[in-house]
Design a protein around this ligand. Structure first.
Ligand SMILES: Cc1cc2nc3c(=O)[nH]c(=O)nc-3n(C[C@H](O)[C@H](O)[C@H](O)COP(=O)(O)OP(=O)(O)OC[C@H]3O[C@@H](n4cnc5c(N)ncnc54)[C@H](O)[C@@H]3O)c2cc1C
Length: 321
């Protein structure tokens, strides 16, 4: 693999890049460069610097190579930063998953069925509305919420009534899971959790549910809790049918939201607001697409759309040069 190190650039724009290949650094000259080297999610130093304290310890869901090189190279050449540099896509991810993604497991470490259960932190407390919306509208921001909990982890808890609704990722071999037949047995098995407080939380949750409203996983059913400091707005099922299942999760970062400013032709813009001749960008390293949250499926869509635009623009620019 050739690692891109820096851009060759001058007053007339970008005309190639320096790469390291088989241990040797060499210059590759060309008429246009398309940067598509991902965000900085795999760089613990940049994560801490831009996302904030604690992000150094997040697990990375994907490749170890997306360390912000493409962004850094462009900034060094005068490109403008853009977008939500302190934001990212991050999900609930098995607490014992490795530091970076494992291609053999793929998405399997994610745990996205929390709308049908509850989550407890180390204090034995709920900390987020698990049923605020469908999974597709909350999963990408709840990783950050888990990271902010003491010890950066949580346990997701379900009872037998909903286990048939759990996504396939709950049935992989590499899962951190405990089962129990009573609440007392369960709280004793939740590693690193205050058991007395957890027991209190489970009982208070059950007591707060509007059982007069029917459960329906296919719509936002409004079956909710009332009177809790942290409400659950939909799909609030009684935890009353053993065996209970609990899954330990921490935060898995997918990609970062901050990046480079581009034109509608996917050409990188400099800090004077001018399009940089010969430099184009696509994918995660574009800033300004996502703020605070992310609707499912749009990462690959953005890569495909801006990848095509960037490639076409770079081709046209090369022909004209
Ligand atoms: C586990 C997981 C599940 C996902 N699921 C979905 C999903 O269901 N739907 C969806 O839309 N999106 C999903 N995404 C997000 C989506 O995959 C990414 O947003 C998309 O692949 C980003 O494309 P990209 O080209 O910007 O970066 P990438 O596909 O990450 O490619 C960047 C490439 O650049 C290389 N690179 C980095 N630095 C250098 C360098 N200095 N020199 C040379 N090469 C370098 C890296 O090795 C990498 O191959 C998922 C991501 C992960 C990690």
């Amino acid at each position: 693999m050739a690692r891109a190190l820096s851009l060759l650039h001058g007053d007339d724009g970008v005309h190639g890049l320096n790469v390291r290949y088989e241990g040797k650094t060499r210059a590759l000259r060309c008429k246009a460069v398309v940067l598509a080297a991902g965000g900085f999610e795999s760089n613990p130093e940049w994560r801490t610097r831009y996302l904030g304290p604690g992000w150094d310890l997040a697990k990375v869901r994907g490749t170890r190579f997306n360390t912000g090189d493409g962004i850094r190279m462009a900034l060094d050449a005068g490109a403008a930063p853009c977008g939500n540099w302190s934001g990212c896509h991050a999900v609930g991810w098995d607490r014992n998953a490795p530091e970076f993604g494992d291609l053999a497991v793929g998405d399997g470490f994610q745990k996205h069925s929390y709308p049908f259960g509850i989550m407890l932190n180390a204090n034995g407390e709920r900390f987020v509305d698990e049923g605020a919306d469908f999974r597709n509208y909350t999963y990408a921001k709840y990783g950050a919420v888990i990271l902010r909990q003491p010890g950066q982890f949580a346990w997701q808890i379900f009872d037998k009534k909903v286990t048939h609704l759990l996504r396939d990722e709950y049935r992989i071999r590499q899962v951190t899971k405990v089962t129990a037949n009573t609440f007392v047995e369960l709280v004793g098995k939740l590693d690193d959790v205050n058991p007395a407080k957890a027991l209190e939380t489970l009982r208070a949750y059950n007591a707060a549910i509007r059982t007069d409203i029917a459960f329906n996983p296919n719509v936002k059913d409004g079956r909710r809790t009332e009177g809790l400091a942290v409400p659950k707005s939909n799909w609030a099922n009684l935890l009353d049918t053993p065996p209970y299942e609990a899954y330990a999760v921490s935060c898995g970062i997918t990609f970062t939201f901050g990046g480079l400013r581009i034109t509608t032709d996917a050409q990188v813009v400099d800090t004077d607001g001018m399009a940089m001749p010969g430099l184009y960008a696509a994918g995660e390293l574009i800033g300004g697409l996502f703020y605070f949250n992310y609707p499912g499926g749009t990462g690959l869509m953005s890569g495909a759309v801006f990848g095509r635009i960037a490639g076409s623009s770079a081709g046209r620019a090369s022909k004209a040069a």
